[in-house]
Ligand binder design. Structure first.
Ligand code: FPP
Ligand code: K
Ligand code: ZN
Length: 478
């Protein structure tokens, strides 16, 4: 190999430069060049046992080109590493040396999140249905009963429902598919006939019909943006509420010859997979973890993942892109190429794996490292979960970190032949999932750090999913 044109040799100088503990990094570096695991004397035993060697060290090969991107990545690593290697929050540790899940603090944080807000939060008004969904879902993930909120949830959403169908953020606000999705999930989590019956399914069906576009996708609002969130949100509503797949007579897409909500939808999703292998908001855009989950969720509602994912996506290229989202040594995920780790992608990317595994059996993810990021770096000292150390907790990051932790802890399987009392009729594929057991290999949590199982397509409790669908399967007409 000609030295002048070959790849540059690994240089450890920048590793030292980045760290306050240069001795430790020197040790890791020496061990790296010699491949001598035993030399890493300062690494606690739990890490040696459970966290793969290369997953706990700084990058060996560092590009000498400095850019804004590389600098912010370096700064971020310096903020995060102390949380992976130590315990700055002084949380009680489990037997693997990682912080316990701070269940009591998180539950208290979520109770607060469901309370009153000062006028400073006015910008959040249109997202009120989301705050309810994130908080309720996160509470159920922590195993907390939400029965006490049932009536309040119904009362909150009644005035958000628009007379022409769908939900807005509050009384008098225009409907939009995002708050509609959050409202339907919240009502389904709350459960019970009062919650279910509060939903005007007929007007919602018409509303969804107005979102269907001639190219197969869905807009988020009348005349609004068409993106893959729309496709996922529409499929979630149609399936959970057991609405007819036939387009309503007044759906504008009928004038282009469409008759069914699924017309051209798979092909439209297919066009959202880009050259990176990931999935973007709309055809031709940058792939992003949140949109990847929407795409996979949508396809997993349209039919068995083995059929739909393999028919409409290049699954091996998708797997490659998803696996590249896991950051080393952070352990958590980023949402897109060359961006920063963030706890919410524990779900947006982490929850893709169950769906991909159902499609071709292959998940390339380090569950141990993801759990380490969530427990060590994504728990706020005073409760709630976060993007990364230094950020404030919010209901969104609390919900999706916990959903990611659940994805890590359970093995979900799709069973084509599953027979049950629920899951007859249209869009019935998502009622064929069950939890086959716990993930054990390399686990670094104990019982106390377990969250509840979460339905891999809807991101809410399994029993709330089947109870809602069953209610509307048993009901005649709208
Ligand atoms: C980039 O933000 C993030 C996006 C462009 C996508 C956000 C979309 C969702 C969270 C999905 C919503 C899903 C439904 C079901 C409505 P950023 O640039 O701040 O973050 P990044 O640097 O991590 O990409
Ligand atoms: K982000
Ligand atoms: Zn985030």
């Amino acid at each position: 190999m000609a030295a002048s044109t070959g790849p540059s040799q690994p240089s450890f100088s920048r590793l030292r430069e980045l760290t306050p503990d240069s001795d430790r990094i020197q040790e890791l570096s020496d061990a790296g060049t010699d491949s001598e695991f035993e030399d890493i004397a300062t690494v606690p035993q739990y890490e040696l046992d459970n966290i793969a060697y290369f997953d706990r060290m700084r990058p060996i090969i560092v590009d000498d080109l400095k850019t804004e991107t590389s600098e912010v990545q370096d700064e971020t690593l310096n903020v995060i590493l102390p949380f992976l290697e130590g315990n700055p929050n002084e949380f009680p540790l489990n037997e693997f040396g990682l912080p316990h899940l701070q269940r009591v603090k998180h539950a208290r944080y979520l109770d607060d999140a469901l309370g009153s807000y000062s006028e400073h939060y006015v910008a959040l008004d249109a997202a009120r249905p989301w705050v309810l969904y994130w908080s309720l879902q996160a509470l159920t993930a922590l195993g907390e009963g939400i029965g006490a909120f049932q009536t309040r949830v119904v009362n909150t959403f009644v005035p958000c429902q628009h007379p022409d169908g769908g939900y807005g953020g509050g009384h008098g606000q225009l409907p939009h598919l995002a708050p509609t999705y959050a409202a339907i999930l919240s009502l389904a989590i709350a459960g019970g006939a009062a919650a279910y019956e509060s939903i005007n399914r007929r007007s919602l069906w018409h509303y969804l019909g107005r979102m269907k576009q001639p190219d197969g996708g869905f807009t988020m609002a009348p005349g609004g943006e068409e993106d893959i969130r729309g496709a996922y949100c529409a499929m979630v509503c149609l399936s959970l509420l057991n609405l007819p797949l036939e387009l309503p007579a007044d759906a504008p897409a009928r004038s282009c010859g469409m008759t069914n909500f699924l017309d051209q939808l798979g092909d439209w999703i297919s066009r959202c997979q880009n050259w990176e292998g990931g999935i973007s908001a709309t055809p031709g855009n940058e792939a992003h973890g949140a949109y990847a989950f929407c795409g996979l969720g949508c396809l997993s509602i349209m039919g068995p993942p083995k059929e739909t994912l393999n028919r409409y996506l290049d699954v091996p290229r998708l797997i490659r892109w998803l696996s590249y989202r896991q950051c080393t040594p952070e352990g958590g995920y980023n949402g897109r190429t060359n961006k920063l780790v963030d706890g919410c992608y524990s779900h947006w990317v982490g929850s893709c794996w169950a769906l991909v595994e159902a499609a071709n059996g292959t998940g390339i993810w380090n569950r141990t490292a993801l759990a380490r990021y969530i427990l060590s770096a994504a728990q706020a000292k005073t409760g709630g979960l976060i993007d990364k150390p230094g950020k404030r907790a919010d209901a969104y990051h609390t919900c999706y970190n916990l959903a990611g932790l659940s994805a890590v802890q359970y093995n979900h399987v799709f069973d084509e032949d599953m027979k049950g009392s629920v899951g007859v009729g249209e869009l019935a594929a998502p009622y064929h999932w069950w939890v086959a057991g716990l993930y054990e290999e390399g686990k670094i949590w104990v019982e106390e750090d377990m969250v509840d199982e979460i339905h891999p397509v809807f991101i809410m409790p399994y029993d709330a999913v089947s109870a809602c669908r069953k209610y509307f399967e048993d009901k005649e007409g709208f």
